[in-house]
Design a protein around this ligand. Structure first.
Ligand SMILES: O=P(O)(O)OC[C@H]1O[C@H](OP(=O)(O)OP(=O)(O)O)[C@H](O)[C@@H]1O
Ligand SMILES: O=c1cc[nH]c(=O)[nH]1
Ligand SMILES: [Mg+2]
Length: 207
């Protein structure tokens, strides 16, 4: 598994705003959108381009477009806050949706929806979820994708815990992970420490 920590000063500043308990829902969503731009920018660095001849007002030249825009899959709820930004940067991409809620007693993810193309053979998939804690949710989501044939998955998250990264590594799934920070660990409620709290509640309010 390839791990990239996007620790650009602008990313660290946005992440700090998200961590701060004084940041309200609207400002949290704004910082997450801005951080998502940086994660997408880094994670798309090696996407393949197709050449095409274009005509400028002056002459003709070689232009470029993405050869195969990835499928974008936000994990509901919290990943929804990254979806529109990622789609804006990858406007030709299709989007699928996976709904998972972690049982706060067992910490195991419970799936409540999956809206994905039937076959993902040959498709590169970008999974969006701000939080990688125990890793249970992302393993569940990525397994749904590989069950449909995906062989190349890029996970974008704001924060990752070492235990979650280890769980993804041990899963053997074909993953690359881009995160803005690898935090210290998990507390006894399986929340990331120092973390930012519940990323769904921080954006949309407590349920
Ligand atoms: O790595 P894990 O231990 O599985 O935890 C991470 C998951 O927890 C959060 O979702 P949550 O279950 O709180 O749902 P929500 O987005 O609806 O709040 C987060 O967005 C991840 O999906
Ligand atoms: O710290 C955590 C862990 C899981 N889910 C969250 O939203 N935050
Ligand atoms: Mg939550």
């Amino acid at each position: 598994m390839q791990l990239t920590v996007v620790d650009h000063p602008l990313a660290r500043a946005r992440l700090s705003r998200m961590r701060d308990e004084r940041t309200d829902n609207a400002a949290f969503r704004a910082a997450l959108r801005e951080l998502t731009q940086m994660l997408v920018y880094e994670a798309t660095r090696d996407l393949q381009l197709a050449e095409e001849e274009i005509t400028t007002p002056v002459t003709t030249t070689t232009g470029y477009r993405l050869a195969a825009p990835p499928l974008i899959v936000p994990v509901l709820r919290a990943g929804l806050g990254m979806a529109d930004t990622a789609h804006g940067m990858l406007p030709e991409s299709q989007m699928g949706f996976v709904g998972l809620a972690r049982n706060e007693v067992t910490f195991r993810p419970e799936a409540y929806m999956a809206s994905l193309p039937e076959s993902l053979v040959g498709r590169h998939v970008f999974v969006l979820d701000p939080m990688l804690a125990t890793g249970g949710s992302l393993v569940a989501c990525c397994t749904l994708l590989t069950d449909r044939g995906a062989t190349e998955i890029t996970v974008l998250c704001a924060l990752a815990a070492p235990a979650g990264l280890q769980r993804l590594e041990d899963s053997g799934l074909p993953l690359r992970v881009y995160t803005a920070s690898v935090d210290e660990g998990l507390n006894d409620k399986a929340y990331i420490v120092p973390g930012l709290g519940d990323a769904g509640d921080r954006q949309f309010g407590a349920v």
